[in-house]
Write a protein that binds this ligand. Structure first.
Ligand SMILES: NC(=O)C1=CN([C@@H]2O[C@H](COP(=O)(O)OP(=O)(O)OC[C@H]3O[C@@H](n4cnc5c(N)ncnc54)[C@H](OP(=O)(O)O)[C@@H]3O)[C@@H](O)[C@H]2O)C=CC1
Ligand SMILES: O=C(O)[C@@H]1CCC=N1
Length: 296
């Protein structure tokens, strides 16, 4: 069995419930790689204003009524892209006779168990994949994670999981992980871009405080972060991410008695590492709490 994905099929088959930041980033990234075309996509949003925005960008299959969209595309791949707080509303918009084969949820803090329990119309023959992409999906640089519950009783489950993986790879990298690790992975893969933007902004502010022009400071700061991350990922740098410690590269930058080590000293004094580590823990715990309150 094959799943007709994206532009391979002439029909609309990627149905996004929620058309905000994350849906827009995923769709943009997939279109960039010719994985889907506009006519393969349907989107539902809450407000007429958002619907108009999508239509102006050339999407015809735009709905402000999720029930109507799901009834129009009963056999599509559904991607749930609403806020977790809105999930119950989406559940109430699900057609009673719907028997989807494949659902992808990008919602933070909504476990697989809750998804299958809250979607009562979904049959035991539905593959549900949790995917946690990030905003860089729009340019093909997401660091995504995905998980699902293996169930041999579900027909062609491996085909749908492979389809989810291809979708995720289209917008960046993807790690298949057990669900018990999903929330800490979400903190890094999904949330950390926000903190990285803050870090880059702070770098630029520091240089501006010392007299560098804002535009140069912003470009330099962003490029310095890209270069550093690339050195960790690209073994051409001589660094092996599997076996070596990040401190090796840090030490190469810190000349004895030099300038950088003064910055390291200041960061350590101000709790830099601890602040980042605690941000990851707090974010992961927040997702744990959301999962608990949703299951009540
Ligand atoms: N933002 C990010 O970087 C990431 C987000 N996520 C996850 O993605 C999900 C969406 O987040 P994000 O895109 O940022 O949120 P947004 O607020 O940008 O988008 C939410 C969308 O849902 C729509 N909506 C609200 N109610 C309904 C409804 N009943 N039926 C259909 N659509 C509805 C909204 O419509 P309208 O536009 O009309 O208001 C909006 O388009 C969240 O669950 C989040 O955890 C995951 C990874 C990263
Ligand atoms: O802030 C959030 O809840 C979502 C999940 C990951 C990134 N944004």
């Amino acid at each position: 069995m094959t799943v007709n994905i994206g532009s391979e099929s002439g029909s609309t088959n990627w149905v996004f419930i929620g058309g905000g930041n994350m849906a827009a980033a995923l769709i943009k990234g997939c279109e960039k790689k010719n994985f889907v075309e506009k006519h393969n996509i349907a989107v539902s949003v809450q407000t007429g204003k958002s619907a108009e925005k999508w239509r102006k960008q050339g999407y015809d299959n735009v709905f402000t009524n999720t029930l109507e969209m799901l009834e129009t595309y009963p056999t599509a791949i559904y991607i749930i892209c609403v806020k977790p707080q809105v999930f119950d509303e989406v559940v109430s918009s699900w057609p009673v006779n719907s028997r989807p084969k494949f659902i992808i949820s990008v919602m933070a803090g909504v476990p697989l168990k809750t998804l299958s329990e809250k979607l009562p119309f979904v049959s035991g023959n539905t593959t549900i994949v949790r995917l946690m992409p990030n905003v860089a999906s729009s340019i093909g640089f997401s660091a995504s994670t995905m998980c699902y519950e293996k169930n041999d009783k579900i027909e062609n489950q491996e085909v749908f999981v492979e389809c989810a993986r291809k979708f995720a790879e289209c917008v960046g990298t993807v790690e298949l992980i057990p669900e018990r690790c999903f929330n800490p992975a979400m903190a890094i893969g999904g949330s950390s871009p926000a903190w990285t933007f803050m870090y880059i902004e702070s770098l630029a502010d520091g240089a501006v405080a010392q007299g560098l022009g804002r535009a140069e400071a912003k470009r330099l700061a962003a490029q310095a972060v890209v270069g550093a991350a690339q050195m960790l990922l690209d073994s051409e740098s001589g660094f092996n991410i599997e076996s070596q410690h990040f401190g090796l590269l840090k030490d190469k930058v810190c000349s004895p008695g030099g300038t950088t080590i003064e910055g390291v000293r200041t960061l350590e004094k101000n709790g830099f590492r601890s602040a980042v580590l605690e941000a990851v823990v707090a974010t992961s715990k927040k997702a744990d709490d959301m999962a608990k309150s949703l299951s009540k």
